[in-house]
Design a protein around this ligand. Structure first.
Ligand SMILES: Cc1cc2nc3c(=O)[nH]c(=O)nc-3n(C[C@H](O)[C@H](O)[C@H](O)COP(=O)(O)OP(=O)(O)OC[C@H]3O[C@@H](n4cnc5c(N)ncnc54)[C@H](O)[C@@H]3O)c2cc1C
Length: 379
């Protein structure tokens, strides 16, 4: 009987693992020894980093989407539907339509979601560019903005560790180039520095000063008063805004909670090196869904995909699956003014942001277009 590998989630991590398996296990799939299925609730694959650019009308939704089928190798089965629950006793994913998809190996790549409902008033008073709908609403609001104070308030954990800093610098640039140089930009962060990664916090502090961005630390957003246009922090500070942009704390997906696989935030306990779910060696976890204290980024999912795919291939061939993830993450950081920098780090080596340049900005724009090759496993 075929060894069944099921990937729950066909976003960055799920599609990359599946494509590597399909390429490297081609003969086993063709001979019926291995079977690979991706389950995704949508038949559209979305490139989320484009939401940042969508807010500034630099890209439109069609640029950020491809059919999920077109991203996956033709040897992979695609099931489009909502997974209700993982049943570890039955070793099956139970779908909302009542079907069960059995597995020998399961890869959980369900991602994360912003949870604005956890902050009273935020959904009425704030903009959130972390979804297509939110990015488009913010785009429209920026186009009718007449000046004043833009507040960018950040909650943790959230995906893409640097997107809030990127948005802050890009919106400063946007105000400057749209005749609103006198408008203020204020960035708030919940801990005692401007970013969870200390070198990025130091870098952000310097560039914020050069670009006239104000900041507040120890600001944990407690509530939004949409009528009076103010936000209040748990620490007791109240700040007024003319346009509010929030990156709310994120949570893991509800399917993880329903399956009782996660912690209070629906993050799945994961071994930091093997990427196996703690306590179940038939389940691997990657991308945003893990509870690992590393950045929730597409590049994280990308590097983890090499480890998960490598270990699955090794185990299917009779090995022990000993490849280890070293915590590698790579992120470009848009810095506004047509410049960008990047950070690369892992469990042992902290990031060292370099001075921003136009060349790195152009490279980020090129990478955005190349993403589709990397998701398809060609790059
Ligand atoms: C504005 C923004 C900018 C970003 N910029 C960058 C960047 O510059 N660089 C970078 O590296 N990262 C960036 N990211 C982060 C990156 O997009 C995510 O970290 C990455 O997509 C995580 O990959 P994943 O595979 O874990 O989850 P995802 O890619 O989110 O995929 C999860 C998949 O699981 C599916 N799913 C979930 N629940 C179910 C269910 N119950 N049933 C069926 N299917 C389900 C979803 O439909 C989805 O397709 C950015 C994100 C945003 C929002």
């Amino acid at each position: 009987m075929a060894k069944r590998v099921v990937l729950l989630g066909g976003g960055v991590g799920g599609s990359m693992v599946a494509n590597q398996l399909a390429r490297q296990l081609k003969s086993e799939i063709l001979s019926g020894e291995v079977d690979i299925t991706v389950i995704n609730e949508s038949d559209v694959h979305v490139y989320q980093p484009y939401f940042l650019y969508m807010a500034f009308d630099q890209v439109v939704p069609v640029d950020a989407k491809r059919p999920e089928r077109a991203v996956l190798n033709h040897l992979i089965h695609l099931v489009v539907g909502h997974a209700e629950r993982v049943d570890r006793d039955q070793k099956a994913v139970l779908m909302a339509d009542g079907t069960a998809i059995p597995y020998d190996y399961l890869v959980l790549a369900t991602g994360s979601r912003p949870a604005p409902e956890t902050v009273p008033g935020l959904q009425d008073g704030g903009h959130i560019f972390y979804t297509e709908e939110g990015a488009l609403k913010l785009r429209d609001a920026l186009h009718t903005f007449k000046g004043g104070r833009i507040v960018v308030t950040v909650g943790v954990p959230h995906k893409c560790p640097v997107a809030p800093v990127e948005f802050t610098l890009m919106v400063r640039d946007w105000l400057n180039t749209h005749g609103m140089e006198d408008s203020e930009v204020l960035y708030t962060y919940p801990i005692g520095r401007l970013h969870s990664l200390e070198p990025v916090a130091n870098w952000a502090g310097e560039i914020f000063q050069q670009r006239h961005v104000d900041s507040m630390t120890y600001f944990n957003l407690e509530s939004v008063d949409a009528e009076n246009k103010t936000i209040t922090s748990l620490e007791g500070e109240t700040v007024s805004y003319d346009l509010l942009v929030a990156i709310p704390p994120h949570m893991g997906q509800d399917v993880i909670a329903r399956s009782e696989l996660g912690d209070a935030g629906n993050w799945i306990p994961t071994d930091r090196h093997s990427l196996q779910m703690v306590g179940d060696d038939s389940i691997y976890v990657l991308g945003d869904a893990t509870n690992l204290p590393i950045s929730k980024a597409g590049s994280t999912a990308h590097f983890e995909a090499d480890v998960v795919a490598g270990n699955l291939i090794n185990r299917i061939h009779g090995g022990l699956g000993s490849i280890r993830y070293d915590g590698k993450v790579f992120c470009f950081i848009e810095a506004g003014a047509d410049q960008a920098t990047y950070v690369k780090f892992d469990y042992q080596n902290p990031p060292k942001p370099q001075p921003p340049s136009e060349m790195i900005h152009l490279y980020k724009l090129a990478f955005n277009k190349m993403y589709w090759l990397s998701a398809a496993g060609i790059l």
